[in-house]
Design a protein around this ligand. Sequence first.
Ligand code: ADP
Ligand code: MG
Length: 285
Amino acid sequence: MQEYKEIEISAWTKLGEGGEGSTYTNPQMPGVLLKLSNHSLTSGSLEAVSREFYASKAVYDLGVPTPEMLDIVRSGDDYGILSRHIKEKKSLAKMSGENPGSIDGYAARMAGLARQFHATDAGGSEGIPSMKRLMLEVLDNTRMIGGKTLRRVRTFVEGLEDAPTLLHGDFSFCNLIMADDKPYWIDLGSASHGVAMFDLGHFYLFCNIFGKQKRVQDIAHMTADQMRQFWNAFALAYHGPEGLDEFNGRCKRFAGLAVLLLGHIKNLTFSERFFLGQLAKVLTK
Ligand SMILES: Nc1ncnc2c1ncn2[C@@H]1O[C@H](COP(=O)(O)OP(=O)(O)O)[C@@H](O)[C@H]1O
Ligand SMILES: [Mg+2]
């Protein structure tokens, strides 16, 4: 078994805390950020941490603007990732919340960067799995939908192209940060390849459906209306005005797939599974 460098956590200062772990810096290691996962969560296992490390590294190697991955380390039972620390950064979400008058402009900026991201060919890149294949696996095991709905969704996914297009996997304005007007995509642990609609569906879900939840508004630093406004400006700039309604309809369908993926990633309670199953059914219609 591979040995990972053990770090002394008392030498590190906590910067922030997320759902999955915390970030730290160390004056002895300037320019380095530690993202330490909590082992008590499944996302903190060595398997999940190394998947995030190698996927992010592969994306960096494809030339996408993202912080360089440096090393996998351990602190007792917890595993973490060292990456290049982007200082004085702000997410597009935070910028939008602080300056709502500029939401349309920020959304157009993100759309331009997203088009560049989705112009990246990840075919043949190791560590970047196929989203179509993953989605079919999710459908094989899902307990959120069944019967006719499941058959309809499976037919839809089977008909999709297994495109080499690079996908972010957790595509949102929270995972695009700016420092000195330079953009960086972060949180690339779910990077994959497939049709770009997978990323757009995920973001549609975030802005237009989950944005109604207070918890999501706190994460996004925006109100439900502001997130919908962000989406509308983003969609217009990403797709163009021609056939925009149809584009939104397609995004909604992929939002349904994003819901099913969520059930695969998170441990859901019975009622969450029921609620999200109903949502997936409606969205994929
Ligand atoms: N390389 C980096 N440089 C600076 N800040 C970062 C970097 N990577 C992550 N962060 C900060 O840490 C937070 C959590 O990181 P992220 O990778 O998005 O993890 P999570 O899975 O918790 O969403 C981000 O919101 C961002 O502010
Ligand atoms: Mg994130």
